[in-house]
Design a protein around this ligand. Structure first.
Ligand code: KG4
Ligand code: ZN
Length: 365
């Protein structure tokens, strides 16, 4: 649920000189910390041995009473949960803090207070242990999550990143070399799921609830448009869909079956729109591999539709397992480990960027 964009506003609460030498590589597993929104995620990833442990605490139940994420409550809950989760994760990995070789944390985009909790804990831990540390771009974490799986993709590929705050198509020339092909002009795909679910009185977060309800819907009972597929281009616009749903819902008998039928039609519209744009992006770049990540990447119908299109049209599809589509610490530990391995680290300043352009990142190699 994080804003995108090229704004450069950065929040810094300490300014310091680098404490670890530029270019020093992590001599051991990397601890990853994710606190950009409403999930506290911690993981330990080792370049040679892979993912050693990961834990996640979701604040969903706390925010559900308010129908959405309350930023200040999110920050406070990260404060409560983060250190116990770090201890638990190390225990599960069979490691002590002295075994760690580096620390990675989400530095943006996200909610500024929530980001600062993770950044402060991660930076302090790294400083106390004399370890290199790096702030990771949350969307790079999502994009690299399929590398946690047994059969990982290799660049070049096209990535569809669909979460609560973003709907982006990215050309990945190499790890760290990202070109934005398409973006959302208004609501992100996950946001569209959440808002649509809310207006049909489904509980927060609406994405998974709406997808579950859609399973019982009759395909074709309602039909909504496939926005912006009638013209060239790779941008998305999903806010009009929710208005179409609202009008259909208000004019209906509002029965349980109708709600399921509308949910199905909405899901079909999003899935088909995303699939059309993915095909276009693959054709435009000549890439033969498609990575799908971010919370909406957990959607079963989206995964099935893209896998089927790939099988028919000769491109390969890569998805993280559903628990690594939504926010998690494993993707941050992995992305941080790759960058630390490449000798990238920053000064000890605790700095986060609520808005951060993915294409501004330095290449890894
Ligand atoms: O990546 P994520 O966990 O957090 C952000 O970085 O935003 O994505 C959360 C979004 C929410 O909008 C949620 O409703 C949506 O992903 N989502 C789904 C599903 N699971 C999560 N949307 C559709 N179908 C799902 N199965
Ligand atoms: Zn996310």
């Amino acid at each position: 649920m994080s804003p995108s964009g090229g704004g450069r506003a950065a929040y810094s609460i300490v300014t310091n000189q680098p404490f670890a030498k530029q270019g020093s590589r992590p001599a051991g597993p990397v601890l990853g910390v994710e606190t950009s929104c409403d999930e506290t995620g911690v993981a330990v990833f080792d370049r040679a041995r892979g993912l050693l442990a990961h834990t996640l605490y979701s604040q969903i139940r706390m925010h559900a009473d308010y129908g959405g994420v309350v930023p200040e409550l999110a920050s406070r809950d990260h404060v409560r949960k983060l250190l116990p989760l770090v201890e638990e994760t190390l225990k599960r990995a069979g490691l002590g803090v002295a075994d760690l070789g580096g620390v990675a944390y989400t530095a943006g985009p996200g909610l500024v207070g929530a980001l600062l909790v993770g950044a402060t804990v991660a930076r302090s831990l790294a400083w106390a242990l004399g370890l290199p540390a790096i702030g990771v771009h949350h969307m790079e974490g999502h994009l690299l999550a399929p590398l946690l799986e047994a059969d990982p993709p290799a660049p070049p590929f096209v990535a569809l990143l669909v979460s609560g705050g973003h709907s982006m198509l990215i050309e990945v020339g190499a790890i760290g070399r990202y070109r934005l092909l398409g973006d959302t002009l208004d609501d992100a795909a996950g946001e569209a799921f959440d808002k649509t679910a809310k207006l049909m009185d489904l509980p927060y977060p609406g994405g998974p609830a709406l997808a579950k309800l859609a399973e019982q819907g009759h395909p074709g009972a309602f039909r909504f448009s496939r926005p912006m597929t009638d013209r060239p281009g790779l941008d998305f616009s999903f806010s009009g869909l929710k208005t179409q749903v609202l009008l259909a819902w208000q004019a209906s008998d509002r029965s349980g079956q109708t709600r399921a039928d509308i949910a199905r039609a909405f899901e079909d519209a999003i899935v088909e729109t995303l699939a059309i744009k993915c095909r276009r992006a693959l054709a435009a770049t000549g890439a033969r591999s498609l990575v799908v990540a971010g919370g909406v990447g957990a959607n079963r119908r989206l995964r099935a539709a893209l896998a089927e299109a790939g099988a028919k049209e000769g491109f390969r599809t890569y998805f993280p397992r559903p628990e690594f589509c939504t926010d998690n610490g494993a993707m941050i530990a992995l992305a941080g480990a790759l960058r630390l391995e490449a000798g990238q680290l920053e000064s000890a300043a605790i700095k986060v960027q609520p808005r951060w352009d993915l294409a501004s990142l330095p290449p890894v190699a």
